[in-house]
Structures are given as structure tokens and as C-alpha cells.
Design a protein around this ligand. Structure first.
Ligand SMILES: Cc1ncc(COP(=O)(O)O)c(C=O)c1O
Length: 538
């Protein structure tokens, strides 16, 4: 739990106005603007810890004896005290800097070949926010990629909608710890957001959700609940007795994401617990008949099945309904990794790909991908919250006990964390189901558009049909890791776009993943152009 300093009653320093070093770029002009009246009369006054932050320094820049009845004292010395006296002004300048960064996102290179600046040692006394901002702008920011921008197609990377970004700023501003319900409404906002996301993905009300840091953690939590379920069937509590008490465990999956294998290692089940099931011809989707055969071979022993709703290379989908139906004959926990595939539910023409998602016992969905909230954010759904609490419950005199509606501290590995739900809540409130469906449909259409252009280029060939938002393709002649690396390198150097290399069905290849809310047809034109010019000449 966070134990926060008594921010509301801390004395205000009388440090002189620092005068300020040069702000990066145009923020210079804004750094000494006072906040809008509507700001100082609005947001700043609402939070208990900000009641004194909206006070302007006196004529001498903080030299008044009394500010709003709070006696002046110099208990907070140095740059921190000086910054405290200028919080509204400094935040306005920071906002202006952020606005400038956003305005320049389209011109910032999509990726950078990292060149580290010369190291600097830990500042002894510190240089204050203005100094830190100047140092960041000089040493680090120029090397940051436009990963939030429209032509960053590496991995599966979302950006941040305006509302999500605003929610993120406010998350840090309010600095709530939503894992305990003792002191704030924050956990209830998280519950409302979970309910909205459940609705967005078309999951039934039996699925209860919790925010986690990303899809890896969501897969980890889902598989931890599965492990506890296996224990329940075998008459042991893994949470109490440890994973060894469970004996060997079989995890069946056709094309699991690497994070599933990593999770098995973290859970003490072992990476070798995974048994790869055959795929349909030319596909990454499981052959359900082969899965049934594997289950038959277990002879009634309970197992875990990890189904995939959206594989990374070709965005292939297992037949979730058919897999779920196998539970009539075989005991297994069905976990679905729908990290970004869950968003297919938002497009009427693609929703069939995730039909049956609600029948899963646990579901992983990432939010920093296609919901376009800033890192880090994902959600974990399960029908068995009781088992989840058995795994993750935490007991301390200062925590709430387990209840029908447990505090989030009892539901994930984390005990304290930020209110990740707030950026998601903001973007869902601001743009609704329709706004987010538009992003999903547009990205799907743009992926199809790029695939069409690539199909017409002599230098490349598609490796799979575009089922959703990823184009997987390779060189038309002699694809090798080196030649693919050269193409990726040339694209990265250009700054125009960023694509990641992969290997699909043994063939070195490239992936272009569309999941950013900003991307348009114009960007696809620019991406196609750079692909043409990055292609090897022979
Ligand atoms: C299908 C799938 N599962 C899991 C993950 C892991 O996600 P994260 O990086 O958020 O942990 C990813 C990331 O791309 C993914 O595509």
C-alpha cells in the first residue's frame, strides 16, 4: 500500500523564483503563463492534495509570509521546495511541451537506431523540473521513436487517443492506488471500466475482470487460475501446497504466444509443460480434431488448453466454439489469449472470429494495443474469481479481508499499482463503442489496402491472407534473415515507418501491424512507397 506524505498540510517554501533555464523549444514562450482561470478554479481545487497547489507565489515568487492561511516555512528546501512553489506554472509548461511533442508526432521518425548519449552521474542536489526537462529534451527525447504515431507498425502497438492520454495524465495527477477500497472511489471506477470492457468484447456477466500491466501478465494470471483449478480437481490447493503438489501438467496449444510459455516457467509448471497441437493446413489455427486426439490420449486427466484468438504473424483464430464443445467429453480449463484479437468483436464482419470467446474460463485482452491507451494496460477476465482470489489473496492487518467483492490487491500479483482503468474509462466514455469500432474497422481496412499494394509489387509476396490487421509478407526472391534484416534496416533508417521481422512457417518475413487510431490511407501510401524503395535491387 502507498503511504503518502501529508501533501495537504505540507508547508509552502519561500524559495525564490528560479527564473528557469531555457525550456525546450516553443514551451519557452509558455513557461511563464499562468494557468487559465478555469483551471485554477476547476481541476486544481478538487483534489485534497492539490488544495494549496493552485496558489500563485507572491509578488516575490513565493516570498509571502502566508499563502491561503498556510504559514510559510522552508521545510522543503532546494529544487523540490522551489518547484513546489510553482506547481501550476511548471505543469502548464510541461503541458505545453507535451502538446509540442504531440504536434510533432507525425514528423518524428517512426523508429530510431539507438545511439546512447554520454552517461551523466546522479545529480547531487538536483536541477529542478525545468532543468530536468531541459536535460531530457537535450539528451533523450531526440532518440525517442514515434511509436505512438501512425506509421509505427512493429509488434502490435497502439497509440493513445486524446481522451486516453488525458486519463493517463489525470491518473498520475490523482495518484490513486485502486487495489484497496478503504479510502477512495477509484476501485469502483475500475469496476465500471471492467463492466464496459466486458460489454465491448461481448463477454457474459459471469466473467469478472481485473486490470493488469499487459497481456503477458493477463496470460500469467489466467494460467495461475487454471493451475489452481487443476489442484481443485486433484484435491490439492496449489496456493497452499505449491506447484510440486500438483504433479505434471499438460498444456495444449497450437500457436501459443511466447508469453504463455514464459508464464508456465513463472508458474512453476515449466516451459516443457506445453504440448504443441497440429494446425490446419497452411494455417496457425488449431486442428480441433488433433486437439481432441491429444485430449483422448490424456485418458481423463484434466489439462489446460490455451486457445489463440489472433496469432501474431497471421492473426489466425482457433475455432473457440468447437474447442469449448470438447469440454463435454474432456476436463480442461480453456484459456483464450485474445490479446488483440478480442477487438474483432467490434467489427460486424469479423466478430465471427471470436464467437465462443465468452465460453472460455479465462480470457486475456490487451488494452495498450488496440484500445489505444498508453502503456501499460491489459485486462484479465475469468469465471472463477474464487480461485483467482485463492491464488492471489494477500493477508495483512492493514488490508481488507477477502469478501464477495474482493479488493484488487487479492486478485493479481500486484499489491499497489496505478489506476490503469482511468485512461481506458476516459477513452470509452469519450468515443464509446462506435468510436472504438471505427478505429478497429479502419485499421482492418488499411491492412487490407497495404496487402493489396504489396501484392502488386514485384519485390514482395504475401505469406498469408490478411484476416484482420496484420500483413505478413516476404521477399519475392531469396528471403533470408540477412536480406529481411536489410529491408527492416532501410525502413527504420528512413524514419518513415517501422516494421518488425519475423519467421512464418520457416520463412524469414516482415510484419506490418495496424492498431493505431491515427493511421490513415495517406500513411498507407507513404508506407508502400518506403517498402518499394527499401526492397533489394536483386
Ligand atoms: C497474442 C499476444 N499475446 C500476448 C502478448 C504479450 O503482450 P504484452 O507485451 O502486452 O505483455 C502479445 C503481444 O504482442 C500478443 O500479441
Amino acid at each position: 500500500m502507498n503511504v503518502r506524505p501529508d501533501a495537504g498540510t505540507a508547508p509552502i517554501p519561500g524559495s525564490p523564483h528560479l527564473g528557469g533555464g531555457p525550456w525546450p523549444g516553443p514551451t519557452n514562450t509558455n513557461s511563464d503563463q499562468q494557468p487559465e482561470p478555469s483551471h485554477s478554479g476547476g481541476e486544481y481545487r478538487h483534489g485534497p492534495s492539490s488544495a494549496d497547489d493552485d496558489q500563485e507565489p507572491g509578488p516575490s515568487g513565493g516570498g509571502d509570509d502566508r499563502l491561503s492561511g498556510v504559514p510559510k516555512a522552508d521545510h522543503i528546501r532546494g529544487p523540490l521546495g522551489a518547484d513546489r512553489a510553482r506547481v501550476p506554472e511548471l505543469m502548464e509548461a510541461t503541458r505545453a511541451y507535451a502538446v509540442r511533442l504531440l504536434a510533432g508526432l507525425d514528423d518524428r521518425p517512426a523508429a530510431r537506431t539507438p545511439v546512447r548519449p554520454a552517461p551523466e552521474s546522479l545529480p547531487e542536489t538536483g536541477i529542478g523540473l525545468e532543468g530536468a526537462m531541459e536535460m531530457f529534451a537535450r539528451r533523450w527525447e531526440p532518440g525517442f521513436a514515434a511509436s505512438a504515431g501512425p506509421r509505427y507498425l512493429g509488434f502490435v502497438t497502439g497509440g493513445a487517443t486524446p481522451a486516453a492520454l488525458a486519463g493517463d495524465w489525470l491518473t498520475g495527477t490523482l495518484d490513486q492506488n485502486p487495489t484497496s477500497g478503504l479510502d477512495s472511489l477509484a476501485p469502483d471506477l475500475e469496476r465500471e471500466t471492467v463492466a464496459w470492457l466486458r460489454d465491448l468484447f461481448g463477454l457474459p456477466p459471469e466473467h469478472e475482470g481485473t486490470f493488469v500491466s499487459g497481456a503477458t501478465m493477463s496470460n500469467f494470471a489466467g494460467l495461475a487460475i487454471a493451475r489452481e483449478w487443476l489442484g481443485e480437481l486433484r484435491g490439492v490447493s496449489v496456493a497452499e501446497a505449491g506447484a510440486a503438489a500438483l504433479g505434471p501438467v499438460t498444456v495444449l496449444s497450437a500457436s501459443p504466444h511466447s508469453s504463455v510459455v514464459k508464464s508456465l516457467s513463472m508458474l512453476g509448471l515449466g516451459r516443457s509443460a506445453i504440448r504443441h497441437v497440429g494446425v490446419l493446413p497452411g494455417r496457425e489455427a488449431v486442428d480441433v480434431a488433433l486437439l481432441a486426439e491429444e485430449l483422448d490420449r490424456l485418458d481423463g486427466a484434466p489439462a489446460i488448453v490455451v486457445a489463440n484468438a489472433g496469432t501474431v504473424n497471421t492473426v489466425d483464430f482457433d475455432d473457440l466454439r468447437a474447442i469449448a464443445a470438447l469440454r463435454e467429453r474432456h476436463p480442461f480449463w480453456l484459456h483464450v489469449d485474445a490479446a488483440f484479437g478480442a477487438f474483432a468483436a467490434l467489427s460486424p464482419e469479423h466478430a465471427h472470429l471470436v464467437a465462443g470467446l465468452g465460453e472460455a474460463d479465462s480470457v486475456c485482452a490487451d488494452l495498450h494495443k488496440w484500445l489505444n491507451v498508453p502503456y501499460d494496460s491489459a485486462i484479465q477476465f475469468t469465471r472463477r474469481r474464487d480461485l483467482q482470489a485463492r491464488v492471489f489473496s494477500n493477508s495483512a492487518a492493514y488490508l481488507t479481508p477477502l469478501s464477495e467483492e474482493p479488493d484488487f490487491a487479492h486478485l493479481t500479483p500486484q499489491n499497489s499499482r496505478r489506476l490503469r482503468a482511468l485512461p481506458a474509462w476516459f477513452t470509452l466514455a469519450a468515443y464509446g463503442r462506435e468510436g472504438h469500432a471505427e478505429i478497429v474497422r479502419r485499421d482492418i481496412a488499411l491492412a487490407a489496402g497495404l496487402a493489396e499494394r504489396i501484392a502488386s509489387m514485384a519485390a514482395y509476396r504475401l505469406l498469408a491472407p490478411v484476416r484482420l490487421n496484420v500483413v505478413c509478407f516476404t521477399l519475392a526472391s531469396a528471403p533470408s534473415p540477412e536480406r529481411i534484416g536489410e529491408v527492416v534496416g532501410a525502413i527504420t533508417e528512413s524514419g518513415e515507418a517501422f516494421l518488425t521481422p519475423t519467421v512464418h512457417a520457416g520463412v524469414p518475413a516482415l510484419r506490418a501491424a495496424f492498431s493505431n487510431w491515427r493511421t490513415t490511407e495517406t500513411d498507407v501510401g507513404r508506407i508502400a512507397k518506403i517498402l518499394e524503395s527499401a526492397a533489394p535491387r536483386s
